[in-house]
Structures are given as C-alpha cells and as structure tokens.
Design a protein around this ligand. Structure first.
Ligand code: KG4
Ligand code: ZN
Length: 354
C-alpha cells in the first residue's frame, strides 16, 4: 500500500488546499491557504471573489504540497479532487488544476464528494475504524447524519431543512461583532467560554419532529431577537469597542446559543444511534467531522452521548475537520484501491471541456 501516493486538491469553498498522502495513510504534506481573512470583509463568501482567490494561489499551494512531500508529479499514482458539493466557480479551479496535472503526467483522476471526504478521513485517523459506522457531518453548508455501510454505500438518516450549524455560528458571531478573520465559529467558541450558557432561554429546534433532521434558521432568528432586545446593534458593532458589561451580555448570548445549537445535535445523535442500532447492530462508532467538529464543546458533549450508548467517538484532529487536502487525498486512496478512478484526461484537452 505504501507504494501508492496520491495528491488531493480541495477548492470547494474559501480554502485552497492540497496534500500528498501515501496508501498506508502516511501524510507526506498538507498545505492550506485560507481566504477567510479577505472574505470576512465582504460579509461572507462571494463566489467570484473566492474563485479569483483560488486561481491566484492554486499553483503555489499544489507545488508546496509536492515540495514538502519531497516528490514531483512523476512520483504520483493518481490525483484526487473535490468535484462537489460547493461553489461551482471555485470547484472548477481545483478540477482544472487536477486535470492539467493528470493529463500531463498520464495519471488516473479520482472525483471526490466533499462530504464523503469529511466522513472517510476518520478512517485515516483511526486505522481500525471499520464499516458500518454512523457519521455526523457538521460544516458551514451541511448538517448530515449518515449510516456508512461501506465505501460508496451511505444511507442518509437526517439533513438540515434550512441552515447548517456552521452557518448559525457564523451569523451569530457576525451579529455579536466578533473578529471574523479567524472564522466565526472559533471566535464564538472563545467568547462563549466567558458567558453563562443558561442566561438566555433559547428553545431547542424541532422537538416535535421525532426524526433525525436539523433546523437552525429558527435559532438564528431567536438569537437576532435577543441581540436586538438587549439594544446591542447587529450592524458595525465590533466587540473590541464595548464596555465590560456589554461584553458580558454578548458572551451570555454566545454561550446560550452554543448550548442550544449543540443540544440539538445531541438529541438528533441520540435518535440516530437508536435507529442505526436497529438497522446495523454491529455499529461501534460515531464519527463527527466537518468544520464545526473542531469545536471543543461540541466534542465533549457528543462524547457523553456516545459513551452513554456504549459507542466510541471518532473525531479527527481540528486540522482534518475543517476543509483540507488530506481528506480528499485519503478518499482518493480508498477509491483507488477499489478500482474507482477515471483514466488520465487527454493532455491536449481544451481548458473548458469539464
Ligand atoms: O467543513 P468546513 O471547513 O467548510 C465547509 O465545508 O463548510 O466548515 C466550515 C464551518 C464554518 O461555518 C466555521 O465557522 C465552522 O465550520 N467552524 C466552527 C469552528 N471551527 C470552524 N464552528 C464552531 N466552532 C469552531 N471551533
Ligand atoms: Zn467542508
């Protein structure tokens, strides 16, 4: 297995990432260039701007990943690239780059689903993790509970009916005037540590629905109303310029939001475990991955749920939970060993043929 070496490329949202991983799971290099800083000034991800950002750094990021691995394209077995879901303009930058390399060096190409990559990277982290397993995938655009029976064989137990939890973290952080340069989620997690999580009574979403779906739009509205009712402006209100009393109020909102946002995850996971055990009694693990899974409070709370049910929690380290090239390269490896790849594209393929 160690003879196989795969380059993974990821450009679905605001991170341009590349990594080189060996067939045995050894990570040879990992490079991420984030545009969060730039995009935070524009109130979110503007597709055209994000595309330009990716185009600007893609060659450099890939070259850095190869250099750090002390390899050249000639040493690769295949190229894996995220083809969706995500912003199509952004995805295109990664796909074009991957096809150019694969065409020039006659390498097979592997198309990777972003959410599958978030789930499967857990098998790189935890070498003993066997199918079937349950996975909670929580990011900026998705909230999924899936039962993974085998490679490419996934049953969706639940999804969001409106917003994903990461979107709720990001909006709440913005309304509270937090510094978005390091990302709304991490900033909110930090502020929440100072607050009283029981200060404000937000209601837990979807309690009357006895299923595994999620909803965060209503909680977002509750947060906005709470902020406005405390006369905290939700526009242009940097927290750095507020009094300590006001900072305390904001921290209470952050902590109360986080508690309920995560309680919703806990309740859905409880039910998903029950459902999954009925379908596949051999399940031993809950995988939690995606950007929000790098949150320490989320990890601790879900660990309680999992332990209570006699399962094991598998949560990749934060750098593998947020968007990265390793998860794409690793998913490529899983597919490669099952013969799931496409032949090299023609080297003279016109640029716009994808
Ligand atoms: O998986 P990811 O990097 O990109 C998408 O596929 O969307 O997830 C990004 C999301 C963002 O909403 C970000 O705010 C959130 O993950 N996130 C966090 C934390 N770190 C990243 N949310 C809560 N706490 C964190 N520590
Ligand atoms: Zn993601």
């Amino acid at each position: 297995r160690e003879d196989v070496v795969i380059l993974g490329i990821e450009t679905s949202c605001d991170d341009t990432a590349a990594a080189v991983v060996r067939g045995n799971g050894e990570i040879l290099s990992q490079v991420v260039s984030s545009q969060a800083d730039l995009l935070s000034r524009y109130g979110g991800v503007a597709p055209k701007m994000a595309e330009e950002g990716h185009s600007l750094v893609i060659n450099q990021v890939v070259q850095q990943a190869l250099d750090n691995a002390k390899l050249t394209e000639k040493n690769l077995s295949a190229v894996a690239v995220t083809i969706g879901p995500g912003l199509s303009l952004c995805l295109r930058v990664g796909v074009c780059k991957a096809r150019r390399i694969a065409g020039k060096f006659s390498l097979p190409i592997i198309s990777v689903h972003h959410m599958e990559a978030h789930a499967l990277v857990a098998r790189l982290v935890e070498k003993d993790l066997q199918f079937p397993f349950l996975a909670l995938l929580i990011s900026g655009g998705h909230n999924l509970l899936i039962l993974a029976h085998g490679l490419g064989h996934y049953v969706q137990l639940g999804t969001t009916i409106d917003d994903a939890i990461g979107e709720a973290y990001d909006k709440t952080a913005r309304w509270l005037g937090l510094d978005m340069r390091k990302g709304g989620g991490p900033a909110l997690e930090e502020l929440a540590r100072e607050g009283d999580a029981k200060a404000i009574k937000f209601s837990i979403p979807m309690r009357q629905h006895k299923d595994c779906n999620f909803s965060y739009a209503g909680l977002k509205t509750q947060v906005r109303i709470a902020i406005e009712s405390k006369n905290l402006s939700v526009e242009n209100n940097s927290i750095s310029s507020t009094s300590s009393h006001e900072r305390r109020l904001r921290a209470d909102i952050a902590a109360s939001f986080q508690r309920v946002a995560v309680l919703h995850l806990e309740e859905r996971c409880e039910r998903a475990i029950e459902w999954a055990m009925n379908i596949e009694p051999s399940i031993k693990c809950l995988v939690v991955s995606g950007g929000v899974a790098s949150n320490q409070y989320v990890r601790t709370r879900l660990n309680h749920v999992v332990e209570k049910n006699g399962l094991q929690l598998v949560c990749p380290p934060p750098s593998l939970c947020t968007d990265n090239g390793v998860m794409v390269a690793w998913t490529g490896i899983e597919h490669f060993f099952c013969g799931r790849f496409d032949p090299p594209p023609r080297a003279d393929e016109p640029k716009d043929s994808m």
